[in-house]
Design a protein around this ligand. Structure first.
Ligand code: BGC
Length: 424
């Protein structure tokens, strides 16, 4: 393993989501999903990492790890506990968090929606509700008016494709529906919500004269779909179709204001460019055997059985840059490794893939800062650079976390770091 430098100017940090770390909120769709016995280990996001009451400590820890950037989410149900009724207490909380980040010189990127809905919105049909665009625009407007002074970079919606597939096609996530037709409708409405939020963030920040260049995008879950047998026409077509339906149709629709089939008619809704950066969340690849998703035989996998395929990240960066021509943010990349046995190597290989690409990758947010509530896996999906003991709340930086700090400090992987973290 050789040393290498990071791309000049590329900033490094971590990403989290409110529902996965905060704890203490009973007013969101995931709390209800946990209460009704859907989580494999029976745990609940009500506990998570207790981050809501430990913000100071956690940001202090980020700072001691030399993190330069932080992608985090706000819990919509805390900000707007009832339709049109806003909580200034929640606003003050997030304002304090943003000010702490500033004090430590950590640049924030705020996610408005990351899988979880306020209970009232879920009950009203969430993104199937004909009024959802207005509702989401109002929420965005309120957030940016009150917090926009302290944050200039935003992700409107995290992984609409994962939200729709799990919640409306497989029915494993809230609201537990299995309807392709409804799934496509949700996709369409999420696109419309993204356009509205994009406009709102820009116009409110401009109108109120908030500092910093406003940058808005989404974080799209992107996978590699490769054919099992390259000579098989069926496998090749299947890989293409899955890639199109799961990601390209959604990305194009979100970014270009043109709803692609089967999300909508291909006619433009309002043909425009709805992004300043392209957010890539990357974890793994699928091998298509006919219409079946499989894992490459003999591949190295993580604790959840996902193939570790670093080259996929470079392929996606190059593909997305060619397709959309904007700076790339790696908004999530990481692995589930409870023993911290291969995370350092995972980071090395994926960062190397990032640096080998010629595209302008400006940010790398490792998923994730600390072990958290990993949706259906509950408290058994340790993706953290920091180990979190859910019982005591104790945080402990892992060896891979120290490696990450070393990379940030040296703007790359040094010979000494290879020896210390990857060979010993
Ligand atoms: C999601 C995260 C999740 C991670 C690992 C991403 O799809 O945005 O919330 O924890 O994957 O499963």
């Amino acid at each position: 393993m050789e040393q290498f430098n990071l791309k000049p100017g590329m900033l490094m940090g971590t990403a989290t989501a409110a529902t996965q770390i905060e704890g203490g909120d009973r007013n969101n769709s995931w709390y209800h999903w946990c209460q009704t016995g859907h989580i494999k280990d029976g745990s609940s996001c009500l506990r998570a990492c207790g981050h809501y009451n430990r913000v100071e400590e956690d940001i202090g820890l980020m700072s001691s790890m030399k993190l330069q950037i932080y992608r985090f989410g706000i819990e919509w149900s805390r900000i707007e506990p009832e339709r049109g009724k806003y909580s200034m207490e929640a606003v003050e909380h997030y304002k304090k968090e943003l000010l702490l980040l500033k004090q430590h010189g950590i640049l924030p990127l705020m996610t408005l929606h990351h899988f979880s809905n306020p209970a009232w919105f879920e009950e009203a049909g969430a993104f199937l509700n004909p009024g959802c665009v207005e509702i989401f625009r109002d929420f965005t407007s309120f957030v940016v008016t009150h917090l926009g002074e302290y944050v200039s970079e935003y992700i409107t919606i995290n992984e609409p494709n994962v939200y729709v597939v799990n919640g409306y096609i497989f029915g494993e996530w809230p609201p537990g529906q299995k309807s392709f037709f409804k799934g496509m409708k949700v996709f369409k409405n999420m696109c419309l919500c993204h356009y509205a939020a994009y406009d709102e963030i820009h116009s409110v920040r401009k109108k109120l004269g908030f500092p910093g260049e406003t940058k808005v995008g989404t974080a799209m879950h992107l996978r590699i779909f490769d054919p099992y047998n390259k000579k098989s026409l069926i496998d090749r077509i299947s890989a293409k179709v899955f890639g199109y339906l799961f990601q390209d149709a959604v990305s194009d629709s979100m970014y270009k204001g043109k709803l692609r089939f089967p999300i909508g008619l291909t006619a433009p809704v309002r043909k425009a460019r709805f992004y300043e950066f392209i957010g890539i969340n990357y974890y793994t690849r699928d091998i298509m055997k006919g219409a079946k998703l499989t894992v490459r035989e003999g591949a190295q996998t993580n604790d959840l059985g996902w193939e570790i395929y670093p080259e996929g990240l470079r392929r996606l960066i190059d593909g997305q840059y060619k397709r959309y021509g904007a700076p790339i943010y790696i908004t999530e990349n990481g692995t589930c490794d409870g023993k911290d046995a291969f995370r350092a190597k995972y980071i090395y290989d994926h960062l190397k893939a990032v640096c080998e690409s010629d595209a302008p990758v400006e940010r790398y947010y490792h998923w994730t800062f600390m072990d958290n509530f990993e949706w259906l896996e509950g408290e058994h999906g340790p993706f953290g650079l920091v180990r979190c003991d859910f019982g005591s709340g104790e945080r402990e930086v892992r060896e891979s976390g120290r490696f990450y700090t070393d990379i940030i400090e040296n703007k790359g992987v040094t010979k000494e770091a290879v020896k210390k973290y990857l060979q010993e």
